[in-house]
Write a protein of this length. Structure first.
Length: 181
């Protein structure tokens, strides 16, 4: 696979993650409203070196191995500031994940970023199916899947930073995505 490209949307720049993003991730990620519905593997309280450890041991090696694709989210009007992260993963029932700093939530930015990486998943990586897990109480994340035309295919138990909740698995096929374009 070639180097991960920078992606552009109407309001955003999605730049491939690098080790230089550690400080920005640390500042934006270590908030309860960001992590509460994420997988319980995320340490909480978030350690002072959490972002650097994540980049060095998880994200950057997975990118190098062609198993994951991670982008920082930045506003076009302030490209120097990381405000979130959006990722694609080559895992069963877990192909896309994201988080956004608290002050940028509720503005449609994550839907915009998600659309860009979903396009990459289906058009560049040519994957036939996308599945995304979500904590059932996370209504904002659910709305992103609904607006994109995904369908809820099953519910199971999940462990999240906040605790045990039902976990919804959402799905979209490449054909359904292309039909919406």
């Amino acid at each position: 696979m070639d180097a991960l490209p920078t992606l552009y949307t109407e309001r955003l720049i999605l730049r491939p993650l690098t080790l230089d993003d550690a400080e920005g991730i640390q500042q934006q990620f270590a908030h309860w409203e960001v992590v509460r519905y994420l997988n319980a593997l995320v340490p909480w309280p978030y350690p002072a070196d959490g972002a650097r450890t994540y980049l060095e041991n998880i994200a950057l090696p997975a990118i190098a191995q062609g198993r994951e694709w991670h982008w920082s989210i930045r506003l076009k009007q302030a490209p120097e500031q990381l405000i979130g992260n959006v990722s694609l993963m080559d895992e069963q029932d877990n192909n896309r994940g994201f988080w956004l700093g608290p002050q940028w939530q509720g503005q449609g930015l994550m839907a915009e970023a998600s659309e860009a990486v979903t396009e990459y998943w289906f058009s560049v990586l040519k994957r036939p199916l996308m599945r995304v897990p979500k904590a059932a109480p996370n209504r904002a994340s659910r709305r992103i899947s609904e607006k994109a035309g995904m369908r809820l295919i099953r519910r199971e138990e999940g462990l999240f930073v906040e605790g045990a909740f039902p976990k919804d698995i959402w799905e979209m096929t490449r054909e359904a995505w292309l039909a919406r374009r």
